[in-house]
Design a protein. Structure first.
Length: 449
């Protein structure tokens, strides 16, 4: 009886090439914000497809390790790749997922898969660099409109965000740590509002700060952090949580420096003037929510063919949030439910379009990011109300966690109703390798005997 391809030991060169391909795939997926569970599953699908079963992937935020123990008693192999850049590129992410799917189906030879992956990594970005800068600034402008700012406020938020982005790029080119890049961008965004107030310009200047803060908040990291935690990948979830913490700390530090200086110089700042998004389904708010989502999607390099779906998801999030808050539902709970609606919609669209769900869900939650709570917390702290300031900052953190949990809840509902795509795709390969299939760590029962 002849052995199946997966039971035969591959030539040493093919084994190394397969493991190198799996590592590179894992690096690209992790760098684009995919969860530990998704990255590990994709790497195992690659190794199973090219005759290297019994492989185990260990994924964390800075390195990916892949180990293979041959079934015939051969020499074990362990390889590692450092993850140095984590820049989201959803167009490339979609292409990598398509490559993994074709490889798992057995329709893509190893050499062709390697060549295709090289083409994916070298492909020209779907939008030019100047367009991405404009998109990030448009996020701030749209968010300022969402919280009640007018056209002049939106223009100020746009200009302040462009200035902050260029300052961050300048610092990055000189090797300055990302923490200080984000802090400087937040400082410049809040400085624009302080100058408008100091000059007596009759606009809702504080909306500039809210817009600039929303453009800096790590929505992608928040979702990935909660997703890893729920999936049982606690080490990676902890690492992502600390990453979220340091990004938020950088934003808070930048705002705090500006506000502290402004208060000491006598600029008339007041907590009563902090803008909050009017809980209305009027054209200005719907336009603002659509603008935030569309701009976030472009900044994340979502291909044009998926932009309409992302905008629908963002509008859905805002409508559900407004309706729930109108029914006296607490803000954090309303945020979680609205995010769950986005997660459900994004998962359904992902299955239909055969793309990762975060292509839709991450841009769509932009309207729910807690920019106002962060600004209010720092302002209250600098005006001598530390208890109220801490309460606002905790609300911002709670809202951030509710976003991640809500998106995951929507995805889990879809998983429970329709079954796991990952399970359907991995299980055949697992059978061929004659090993039991364990769908995911979070599915294991840990209670009872």
């Amino acid at each position: 009886m002849s052995a199946t391809p997966l039971e035969q030991a591959p030539p040493r060169r093919d084994l190394y090439l397969t493991m190198a391909l799996a590592l590179r795939v894992g690096e690209l997926l992790l760098g684009s914000g995919e969860s530990n569970e998704t990255v590990s599953g994709a790497m195992r699908r690659i190794t199973d497809a090219y005759g290297v079963p019994h492989s185990e992937a260990d994924v964390n935020l800075s390195a990916i390790t892949l180990s293979h123990v041959p079934a015939d008693g051969g020499v074990p192999v362990t390889v590692e790749r450092r993850v140095r850049r984590r820049l989201p590129d959803y167009d490339r992410l979609i292409a990598v997922h398509a490559l993994v799917a074709e490889a798992a189906e057995g329709t893509l030879p190893l050499e062709e898969a390697q060549a295709r992956l090289r083409r994916i990594t070298r492909r020209v970005r779907v939008y030019p660099a100047w367009f991405l800068v404009t998109a990030v600034a448009t996020v701030a402008a749209s968010a300022s409109i969402l919280v009640g700012g007018g056209l002049r406020v939106a223009l100020a938020a746009f200009a302040a965000t462009v200035l902050g982005d260029r300052a961050s790029a300048w610092l990055a080119g000189r090797g300055v740590a990302e923490f200080f890049q984000i802090a400087v961008a937040a400082m410049l965004g809040s400085l624009a509002a302080v100058l408008l107030i100091a000059l007596g310009v009759q606009v809702r200047a504080e909306a500039v700060v809210v817009g600039a803060v929303v453009a800096l908040l790590p929505g992608r990291l928040m979702v990935a952090c909660v997703q890893d935690g729920i999936a049982g990948e606690y080490v990676t979830a902890t690492g992502r949580l600390f990453e979220v913490f340091f990004v938020l700390a950088a934003v808070v530090s930048g705002i705090g420096v500006t506000l502290y200086t402004a208060v000491r110089l006598g600029v008339p700042l007041s907590v009563e003037n902090v803008p909050a998004a009017p809980l209305l389904l009027e054209p200005a708010q719907l336009l603002g929510s659509a603008g935030v989502t569309l701009s976030f999607a472009v900044a994340l390099l979502v291909p044009p063919r998926h932009l309409v779906a992302a905008v629908i998801g963002g509008t859905l999030a805002w409508v559900v949030f407004v309706l729930l808050c109108g029914g006296d539902v607490p803000v954090v709970l309303a945020t979680a439910v609205a995010a769950a609606a986005v997660g459900l919609f994004g998962s359904a669209y992902a299955r239909a379009a055969k793309v990762p769900s975060l292509v839709i869900t991450i841009p769509a939650i932009g309207t729910l990011l807690p920019g106002t709570a962060l600004y209010r917390g720092m302002l209250e702290t600098n005006l001598g109300h530390p208890d109220a300031g801490m309460s606002s900052l905790l609300q911002a953190l709670s809202t951030a966690l509710a976003l991640g949990a809500g998106v995951m809840l929507g995805a889990e509902i879809m998983r429970a109703v329709t079954g796991s795509d990952l399970a359907r795709r991995v299980r055949p390969a697992a059978r061929r390798a004659r090993r039991p299939f364990i769908p995911r760590p979070a599915a294991r029962r840990t209670r009872g005997s």
